[in-house]
Design a protein around this ligand. Structure first.
Ligand code: ME8
Length: 511
């Protein structure tokens, strides 16, 4: 069985999870579930990034220890994952022992390779971004104060620091991008990364003096490892590197790091360079998704427009939230969230198009076919054309998801739903009941068979609704893989079905 490793970024524990975190975990879960449906052996990793000044500062402000704050917040992230129906295989916390061991080891390997040296650092640092900046990268505010490219405060730092020889990886990185043009996706992000490296790389500071809440530099307790060296190593520490090589051998190099567009440089420049230095393989691909905005504005605490994913799940349902976030925006672009947008989308697609189709068809089957899969009689051109449309589109649809065009994948599946709705209305099985019972049975059979295929395809996006749909048809768990979308596995007439229920009740818009 082919292995597939996918990870999200690990989230800072300086605050509770927000919609951006939910969006990333959902997208990774959709891809992970899809790969499993393709028959792959998936390792899906997520977790929390707990060290560094940002978390330490927040904890002090709250009168907590950084560990206590990390324990609390990490729990919130685990709970959000569960509530989102996220099928992750592991949750790494950077304060875990297995992680610390790996960070120390990668440091020692980079040092042994001659890539780490001690020097004096002077420059700008943003605690919120946990990033060092060149002055040329900063934005000058009205009062002459500098801000980071993400509009966060920066402070001047002068301290002794360990450096990583990033400058000597310029050529190797450009080589990597040339050999693997899809290393970073979407393409515009690959160009951004290439331009950055072509502009010349400087060595980077990789330790902080006096940072208490961090992993100590091996053989120099006065320094803590820079939080990004620490955080990036999670992708291999979770695979038990360097201690136990079995997971690592199976799943590394990882297939996909799914991250937000703001942290692309860390993943596509720093991380490959660290790995090359340590003599380890480079992940195969990095996908940078866009941001979730609230009515066009970035969600932020100061604007008071942050949406709490847990209350949205409570108000609208988990499939509904997953569906909206994945359907509304091309993956890679920024997307908007508002309750109205979600309600309109969910009511139109899930309640009307999919829900009504399944309810109308299965209720007729219950009443007229002894609650069993209807008799399939001779198929006419309308039946064959509809069923064939799935065979014709299957490869295109699979290809869309393989290239992370999640929203196009969904719209293709919904085109199948819309064609099935049209077929159902045109064939009028309710009229056929008295006119031609055999034909009614066939029309209902074709519609049930379409529901089976559609149910299989929708599992990654709306796992709970599609599993209900497949349960109604009593499709066994083992028969829900993509490969079963074929005539060879079509429904057997006479097999009982479960009592149908409404899967996606309409959401009322509260005034
Ligand atoms: O960056 N919309 O953690 P983080 C979409 N610890 N995605 C968003 C978002 C939004 N509004 N806001 C944040 C970190 N994200 C580091 C990662 S990985 C080795 C270390 C995304 O908690 C963000 O882009 O700030 C990132 O991918 C993830 O959420 C965690 O963000």
């Amino acid at each position: 069985m082919e292995n597939f490793f996918i990870s999200t970024a690990i989230s800072y524990t300086n605050g509770p999870p927000h919609m951006g975190h939910a969006y990333e975990v959902i997208a990774a879960d959709v891809i992970a579930r899809f790969k499993r449906l393709e028959g792959k052996n998936v390792f899906f990793l997520t977790g929390t990034d707990e060290h560094g000044l940002k978390v330490q500062k927040k904890a002090i402000g709250l009168g907590l220890s950084a560990q206590d704050l990390a324990d609390q917040m990490s729990k919130n992230f685990v709970e959000m994952g569960k509530a989102l129906n996220c099928s992750s295989d592991d949750f790494i916390r950077t304060s875990e022992e297995r992680h610390k061991v790996a960070v120390k080891e990668i440091w020692l390997k980079m040092k042994k390779n001659g890539d780490i040296y001690l020097d004096d650092y002077s420059g700008w640092y943003s605690i919120i971004d946990e990033a060092f900046y060149q002055e040329s990268e900063l934005i000058k505010g009205e009062s002459g104060i500098f801000f980071s490219p993400n509009n966060n405060p920066v402070e001047w730092l002068e301290e002794q620091s360990y450096f990583f020889r990033l400058s000597s990886y310029e050529g190797k990185l450009l080589d990597l991008y040339e050999k693997n043009e899809i290393f970073v996706q979407p393409k515009s992000r690959m160009n951004e990364v290439r331009n950055f490296v072509e502009g010349g790389l400087k060595d980077i500071s990789i330790s902080r003096k006096g940072l208490e809440w961090g992993i100590k530099v091996p053989d120099d307790e006065g320094h803590s490892v820079y939080v990004w060296v620490d955080a990036l190593t999670n992708y291999i520490s979770a695979l038990e590197w360097p201690n136990d090589k079995s997971l690592f051998n199976d799943f590394w190099p990882g297939n996909l790091h799914l991250i937000g567009k703001d942290i692309i440089r860390f993943h596509a420049v720093f991380w490959p360079a660290f790995l090359m230095s340590a003599g380890l393989e480079i992940p195969k691909q990095i996908f940078a998704h866009g941001f979730i905005l609230n009515k066009g504005e970035k969600m932020s605490k100061s604007l008071g427009n942050i949406e709490d994913p847990m209350s949205l799940i409570k108000n609208f349902g988990v499939d509904q939230l997953r569906y909206f976030l994945m359907r509304e925006t091309p993956f890679g672009n920024d997307g908007n969230y508002s309750d109205e947008l979600l309600i309109n989308r969910v009511n139109a697609d899930l309640s009307n198009d999919l829900g009504n189709l399944s309810q109308r068809c299965l209720t007729m089957v219950k009443k007229n076919c002894n609650q069993s899969i209807p008799q399939k009689n001779e198929l006419n051109n309308f039946d064959l054309e509809l069923l064939k449309s799935v065979d014709q589109k299957k490869d295109i649809i699979i290809n869309l998801m393989s290239n992370f065009h999640i929203n196009s994948y969904i719209s293709e599946v919904f085109e199948l739903i819309s064609n099935t709705n049209k077929y159902f209305s045109d064939q009028k099985p309710w009229d056929l009941k008295t006119l031609d019972n055999d034909r009614m049975n066939t029309v209902l059979w074709v519609t049930c068979e379409m529901l089976r295929r559609i149910g299989i395809l929708l599992q990654p996006v709306i796992p709970s609704g599609s599993s209900k749909l497949l349960d109604f048809l009593l499709i066994s768990e083992e028969h829900r893989l993509i490969k079963f979308i074929s005539d060879d596995y079509s429904l057997n007439s006479g097999k009982p079905i479960k009592e149908p229920e409404i899967i996606f009740p309409k959401i009322e818009l509260k005034k």
